[in-house]
Ligand binder design. Structure first.
Ligand code: HEM
Length: 181
């Protein structure tokens, strides 16, 4: 009887923990900004990324911008409940971006996932550090590397502007980071 009780308790515990998603990936590094959280893990020739913000709109990261948003490899995503849509974009102008596939490039986002719960949008994905697409940027894991973080507001439109944006230099190997603006 006691054994049966123990088995029931353990099964219940496993069911609750597994179904609540608390077996999600633990990331090596996290950067907490005023409005956003960026977590990542470097694994061989890939980076696993998680972005989160208190928004019902989009969340995005831009790798290696050159002038405002121009030149950046932008990954932008939205979510509804447990369904996410994540796209691989390129900063083709100082104040705008376009889907790589529309520009003649490729989408290189792997393992897309995400959720929107209680007004918080979280997306997760994997990127190769280097791709063949000319609209991507090589992600360098040595030394400081410039990134942009931003999120939209309201509805899930990639066309809407950002109430929050920031620029940081990050060392992807050590987690060291510095706010630029
Ligand atoms: C259609 C969507 C977007 C529009 C219309 C837009 C528009 C603009 C405009 C007009 C500026 C200059 C004014 C300012 O500094 O606020 C700007 C700056 C900026 N945007 Fe966007 N943006 C969009 C999406 C994004 C995305 C997806 C990111 C990715 C992380 C981003 C990151 C930034 C950053 C970091 C700056 C400041 C850059 C700097 O001052 O060096 N934006 N954007």
């Amino acid at each position: 009887m006691k054994k049966q009780y123990l088995i029931t308790v353990i099964s219940l515990f496993l069911f609750v923990t597994l179904s609540s998603g608390s077996f999600a990936m633990d990331y090596q590094h996290t950067l907490d900004t005023k409005d956003m959280q960026f977590s990542w893990t470097i694994e061989a020739d890939q980076i696993h990324v998680q972005l989160s913000a208190k928004t019902t709109g989009w969340v995005a990261i831009g790798f290696d911008p050159e002038s405002v948003m121009e030149g950046a490899n932008i990954i932008i995503g939205v979510a509804k409940d447990d369904k996410a849509k994540i796209e691989d974009h390129y900063g083709n102008r100082k104040r705008g971006h376009e889907n790589d596939t529309e520009l003649g490039g490729t989408s290189d986002v792997l393992n897309p996932s995400g959720s929107e719960k209680d007004g918080v949008t979280t997306i997760a994905f994997t990127l190769p550090l280097k791709t063949e697409d000319k609209f991507d940027k090589e992600i360098k894991t040595e030394g400081m590397y410039r990134i942009m973080l931003a999120h939209g507001a309201g509805k899930d439109s990639f066309k809407s502007r950002h109430p929050y944006r920031a620029v940081y230099d990050v060392n992807f190997s050590t987690g060291e980071n510095k706010k630029i603006k």
